[in-house]
Design a protein around this ligand. Structure first.
Ligand code: FCB
Length: 467
């Protein structure tokens, strides 16, 4: 165990491993998740090109604390000791993303071998420690050079993405357990191009919906290229989803919830698993509906090996809300327990969501690729007693287990996030980590939740061995 880790189980936690069912399938995957821009830093090292988040973060007011991912957790420079830390956290699987501008600075043309070498070292380090690698190809850091040519609003970006995906597959396809093409296309399209609160900061619904289509097309083209290689890695996509519920029983609130469900859930699920966009949403969009070409929907709906879901909270919608959605797409009433993001703690939503997906679409096995909570953690004598996060994880794991018992085929769970990091428009002001990062010193400290999760994973492993 590296010296940066605190050892010894925390004294008191809310709930304990014993409170949760110990009967997960032996091959259930337990992991931790991050993304490149949020932890790597080193945005100008070894030939990495600029990305849209570098540009966006430099705009005054775009990031709550005026920060950027330039330094982040210095994971790029600290890879080896961080991998020891990951092992100390008990992770059996690790979900990470490749920064496209690190391996192809302009998003097309020349590859940057120094960038590929970093991820090869990461994969070697994971293999050496017996940790499964789960790769995401795009977690929001589009090369700026492609944005300058129209970004995701341009169809050509989908082609460039497929070429990058094919290259990543050729190099790493045999070394990773799974490859997800995109992380949360809804966020990229809607928060990046309609609300404009995320990079690239555009506020135009018609562009946002074209982006939503081009992203799915990029997914389809990448999938086709990866399938053609025939490697062993399981192929899928990661969506952010939630049950969308009306804030009251009025007709207006119910209609609004139906539409929001269409935009967040059915738009992506219908395209991927039915090969068509939902008619009610297309009608609502009118002129803002995207331009599609013959063959697009067939590409988009090609079979997947897994579907990744990121779940944080439910979406409660009311007809009175105007404007584009906020970061969670949701509004909450004050009486609910919320996290430091203001997001309601609603574990039963994960149960509802998993069962609904299994019921309404012909889905492949489901992975919970992100689940977790931000709290205003306090470091005291090297410890962080994050009781609420422990409870949050336990309740959501419990809800997921219940969904499995009720028929959902869930194969993996990744806690978000392995360590505190750059939380997009919130900068470093929100801490989602199971590991605390002291940004001034770059020291890492396991929070109580990390000890709990480590023990939980170990207990699952032992139960599986004993069975
Ligand atoms: C998800 C993102 C992830 C992180 C969490 C809190 O939408 O995929 O990078 O920011 O939210």
């Amino acid at each position: 165990m590296p010296e940066i880790c605190q050892t010894g189980a925390p004294e008191a936690l809310a709930g304990s491993v014993a409170d949760l069912p110990n009967d997960f399938p032996a091959d259930f995957i337990w992991g931790l998740a991050t993304s490149a821009y949020q932890i790597e830093g080193a945005t100008e090292l070894d030939g990495r090109g600029p990305c849209i988040w570098d540009t966006f973060a430099s705009k005054p007011g775009a990031i709550a604390d005026g920060s950027s991912g330039a330094v982040a957790c210095e994971h790029y420079q600290r890879l080896d000791s961080d991998l020891d830390l990951l092992q100390a956290c008990g992770a059996r699987a690790y979900r990470f993303s490749i920064a496209w501008p690190r391996v192809q600075p302009d998003g097309k043309g020349a590859w940057n071998e120094a960038g590929w070498a970093f991820y090869q070292r990461l994969l070697d380090g994971l293999a050496k420690r017996g940790i499964q690698a789960h790769l995401t190809l795009y977690h929001w850091d589009l090369p700026q050079a492609l944005q300058d040519e129209g970004g995701w609003a341009a169809r050509s970006t989908a082609q460039y993405f497929a070429a990058y995906a094919a290259q990543a597959g050729r190099r790493f396809g045999a070394q990773v357990a799974s490859i997800a093409t995109l992380n949360e296309p809804w966020v990229v399209a809607t928060l990046g191009h309609e609300s404009g609160i995320f990079a690239p900061g555009i506020k135009d619904r018609a562009i946002a919906m074209q982006v939503a289509h081009n992203l799915l097309l990029a997914h389809g083209l990448a999938l086709q290229a990866l399938r053609a290689q025939g490697g062993p890695a399981l192929l899928g996509i990661v969506l952010n989803q939630a049950p969308v519920q009306p804030a009251s029983d009025t007709l207006a609130d119910r209609a609004k919830a139906q539409l929001e469900d269409g935009l967040l859930v059915r738009w992506y699920m219908d395209a991927l698993f039915k090969g068509a966009y939902p008619a009610d949403v297309l009608e609502h969009l009118g002129q803002d509906a995207p331009h599609t070409e013959a063959g697009d929907m067939a590409l988009i709906s090609a079979p997947l090996d897994f579907l990744g879901l990121n779940y944080y909270t439910r979406n409660l919608v009311s007809a009175q809300q105007a404007g584009a959605p906020d970061s969670s797409g949701s509004r909450r009433a004050a009486q609910y327990e919320v996290t430091d993001m203001g997001w309601e703690v609603y574990p039963q939503g994960l149960h509802t969501l998993l069962l609904r997906l299994a019921r309404d679409w012909d889905t492949p096995p489901l992975y919970v690729t992100e689940n977790g909570a931000a709290y205003a953690d306090v470091l005291q004598q090297g410890r962080v007693h994050d009781v609420e996060r422990c409870r949050y994880l336990q309740m959501h794991i419990g809800a997921m287990r219940q969904a499995m018992q009720d028929g959902a085929d869930v194969r993996a769970y990744f806690a978000w996030s392995w360590m505190d990091n750059f939380e997009w428009a919130f900068g470093y002001s929100k801490r989602f980590g199971l590991v605390y990062v002291d940004y001034a010193s770059q020291q890492r400290y396991l929070k109580d939740s990390a000890y709990w999760y480590r023990d939980w994973i170990m207990a699952q492993h032992q139960a599986a061995l004993a069975a």
